[in-house]
Design a protein around this ligand. Sequence first.
Ligand code: MLT
Ligand code: MN
Ligand code: ZN
Length: 298
Amino acid sequence: MAFRALILGAAAGGGLPQWNCGCENCTLARAGEIPRQTQSSLAVTGNGTDWAILNASPDIRQQMADAAPLHPTGLRSLPLHSVLVTNGDIDHVAGLLTLREMQPFTLFATPVIQAVLKSNPIFDALHRDVVSRSSIALGVPFELAPGLMAELFPVPGKVPLYLEGERVETGEIGENTVGVALSGGGRRVCYIPGCAMLNDDLRTRLAGADLVLFDGTLWRDDEMVRAGLGAKTGKRMGHMSMSGEDGSIAAFRDIDVRHKVFVHMNNTNPVLRPGSAERAEAQSGGWTIGQDGMEIVL
Ligand code: MLT
Ligand code: MN
Ligand code: ZN
């Protein structure tokens, strides 16, 4: 059976358009001149039948309604086997609240992220007797869904925004921000929606992958500052940018990866505009710009 990935949401937190944003892209998206994108989520299967969702975005209700392979097959039977979250950010966990209604699935996350969810009683809307919460240690393979193995690995990042203290370590290596290595259908796939820096461990892990879906938050580090939207750089948010010498396009140039796809794009990112010079530059670097509903079959 083939490995299949379905991009449920290609945008970063906020989506495109973001509710309170009047930037160029958001304005174009509202006007229907560029495609809208929902928030960060990916569905994957190794056997074509049983699916896992990686990150539960606030848009998950609409995303599942739009994704035929995830539709109920009976009164209360779903092809959804599990949900895994790669960090505790709101764009990746808020959708869990939509998945209540006594529907069984397994919720996978690192022990640290499980503790974040456990400390917030609103997530008890996912009844403990129905949704089993499974803590997954880094580097230990587990079955994500029938026919699909996974392993979590640390990615330089930070704690969720709502847990930031006065000092924030943005390149922390630990259980707060992880990537997912998937193997199924004879393929090897890595999903890394947030990454502050591509270190040697990551380079080694990514080499030879059939598919990498990677953090495409910003085109340039000071993009939001230049757009007049705030003081935060990509680095401060724990995201490496696409362009520049220390960007992801350059970093991947000498890594052997068959398909490279950007996901988790912020609404300010010019690659979200079809026809932009930045989009063409990313594509000529061998990248596909992810978009809602895009399916990748390996
Ligand atoms: C991020 O990816 O940096 C976060 O999702 C930001 C946020 O929580 O709004
Ligand atoms: Mn995010
Ligand atoms: Zn915007």
